[in-house]
Design a protein. Sequence first.
Length: 343
Amino acid sequence: MDLVPEDLILRFNEFKKYIQKQNFNYGKYWNVASKTFNVELTKNGFLNKGERNYFPAIYEKGKNFNHFLYNNTKKNFKKIKTIRTKEYTEINLKKFCSPKNSNAATYQANDFFDIINNNIDYVPKKILEIGAGSGVLSSILKNEYDSQITIIDIPLVLTCSIAFLMYVFPEKIFYLPNEIENKELKNFDFIFLLPQQLKYLNKSDEQDLIINSQSFMEMDYKEVDDYFNFINKKVKNNGYFFCSNRTRKINKFFDYPWSKLNNFKKIHIAINKTNKIMKGSTVIDFMLRKNINRTYKKNNLTFLERLYYKNYYFFIERIFWLKVDFKIYTLIHVLKKLIGRKI
């Protein structure tokens, strides 16, 4: 029995043909990095052929393990459907490996879901993810809440989430960027859009939850600024925004235009535990809630919180950035001297 229907494979391939004919420009970093993706969709599922691999490995040798326990006493409006064991995560009857024998995609997505799940007080029926990678987090959110999921991403990365979600949810209804027509978006389970197609989301498409995890940090500042305007407009009142990004990469976390979200109040902030365990780069998890009747100075972060999180780096990471800043300072100093001599 085929795991992915033929019609979904044909539609996926049509999307790939469509993006190959376009001339896209999404900032310096992704103009280079996007070329490292090469994804196919077959009757047996997704297939990665590129240099980068965002996909979790499929778990093949199932064993019986004790499930992790969930403290659901405050979340009685739903039941947890996604099964998590020591070895795999099961989403819609599909099993994916733990980080022991895969990359951290599944583990990280479970971590993000826990943060979101522990800080919301109603079932989000509309969720939008900016930069979803392989779409593992979106798959868990769909599995738990049966929300309508909208994903916005650059073309070649979008092939990852489309292929993954078509494999996990072959029975669902998909809307692809090359199939833009005058259709009611409410009729779809998964909506995939390119950044320039945000205009197709109208007033009725306000979101209960918007997510960005580890892609703002790789965008040009102008792109981040545009997305913050979008988030401010599209999160419904009493809705949520979850942001998880490195303290510093292309951009610095606290240099994002947070002032544009002055009606959003902090409800959670912490150093991401997955990156901390794996000794990776410092990632900040930040969740906010919108209240159009209130204005929050610096999103209700205290001075000490801003000072702490703005300057938190793992030791090796701190040394790296000190070296970078020293080189930049030295270069600027030399250029000023050269300019001064010419004048």
